[in-house]
Design a protein around this ligand. Structure first.
Ligand code: ADP
Length: 384
């Protein structure tokens, strides 16, 4: 019995309300019984003494008769008072029990709904929502519960999409490798170096994809450490230039940078900033034909440092621009593949890294064939 009361909030609330009602009734009855004789004496006794009670002649008799009458009067008064008190206590208690039932139901009903909803969610029904009107703590709890369910539903959709995307991405190189191996076994394809090279290229692509996926899952889960400190962009660009100049030269693409000497330091993680810029420069190199130009500029923009990587390459059509930070999205998958590039993960990773450092990244292009501009905004160390 006690166990069942303990495990039911509605019952506990009701019992606590009943306890309050009981206490109020006990205090009310005791207080009236204690104060009643005194009050009677003060009000009715005083009236009698002043001769205001009943027939004036009645009070003129012997003192004993008058006292007897007063005692009778008091008993009569007390009985009628107690009767009225019992009736009002009964009426008030019934009303209080009704109100207590109503309020305990109102408190318990949304909690029960949330319990049912959480059980359904645990079974995978992410469309479950709870309804708790008003603006009190319970409605806020219900609103947060619904928000949490919404996030769970989104995560679940993303998980399904990710599995679908990953299987699709893995299937393509695997199909090529399998087809070529079968061709070799059947003797349809010559065992020439080019055939093996092609197989090795697809295997490389698979390896890169797995690395990218690993990095993506790490940044999406936020499983990386940031060492935020003032970083001088000039030094970062110099070191990137050193690493990439040979590749730019080999592709006959001009690489220029113009960073103002008085640009404030950036408050960022140097390695992660390097990784983001490396990705943007790698893309610029990949999507810019020979004879083109890639330029890095920077300026102070409302307490942030803006870093822009602009190229004169193939550009991005307006319909693709809003999606290019979405994982696995490629504006032109065939071009991406031919150029040995990517899985459409690089910009997603870059966006996560920039946002984790308190910044934003955006892309712009005047359209196909008219180049692209990627701008990263990060907090200026001086603004902190
Ligand atoms: P990928 O590895 O395919 O390059 P990213 O996430 O780095 O993946 O880029 C996503 C897509 O954005 C690319 O497939 C490409 O279509 C487009 N893109 C990225 N950078 C550029 C650029 N500098 N010029 C033109 N298109 C670009």
């Amino acid at each position: 019995m006690i166990q069942s009361i303990r495990s039911r909030l509605g019952l506990k609330l009701l019992i606590s309300y009943l306890a309050v009602i009981f206490l109020v009734v006990v205090i009310l009855v005791s207080a009236t019984q204690i104060s009643l004789p005194g009050a009677f004496d003060r009000h009715l006794g005083g009236m009698a003494l002043k001769g205001q009670f009943g027939q004036p002649g009645m009070m003129m008799g012997p003192a004993g008769r008058a006292q007897g009458m007063m005692a009778d009067l008091y008993r009569g008064f007390r009985d009628s008072f107690n009767e009225a008190l019992a009736l009002s206590v009964l009426a008030a208690s019934i009303a209080a029990v009704g109100v207590s039932l109503f309020f305990s139901r109102r408190i318990v009903a949304p909690l029960q709904a949330m319990t049912r909803a959480s059980q359904r969610i645990a079974e995978g029904h992410y469309d479950e929502r709870v309804h708790a009107p008003g603006n009190d703590e319970l409605s806020q709890l219900a609103a947060h519960f619904n928000q949490m369910t919404e996030r769970l539903a989104q995560t679940e959709t993303m998980r399904r999409q990710l599995i679908g995307d990953v299987s699709h991405e893995l299937r393509t190189p695997l199909t090529v490798i399998k087809g070529m191996m079968e061709g070799l076994i059947d003797g349809v394809l010559p065992g020439a170096p080019e055939t093996y090279e092609q197989i090795a290229k697809e295997a490389d692509r698979l390896g890169r994809l797995v690395d990218d996926l690993q990095e993506l899952s790490r940044v999406e889960a936020g499983a990386f450490q940031l060492r935020l400190q003032p970083v001088l962009l000039q030094n970062v660009i110099k070191s990137l230039e050193k690493r990439l100049s040979a590749q730019f030269a080999a592709k006959n693409i001009a690489f220029v940078s113009s960073i103002p000497a008085d640009l404030p330091a950036i408050y960022a993680d140097e390695d992660r900033l390097m990784q983001v810029l490396m990705n943007l420069l790698g893309n610029a190199m990949q999507y810019t034909p020979a004879g083109g130009r890639v330029e890095v500029t920077a300026w102070l923009h409302a307490r942030q440092v803006a870093i822009c990587v602009a190229d004169t390459g193939v550009g991005i059509a307006p319909e693709h621009l809003p999606h290019i930070f979405t994982r696995f999205y490629r504006a032109d998958p065939s071009r991406s593949r031919q150029s040995g590039g990517g899985s459409g993960i690089g910009l997603t990773v870059a966006r996560h890294l920039v946002e984790a450092q308190g910044g934003q990244i955006e892309a712009a292009s005047d359209g196909p064939g008219r180049g692209s501009r990627f701008t990263v905004y990060l907090p200026a160390a001086s603004a902190l």
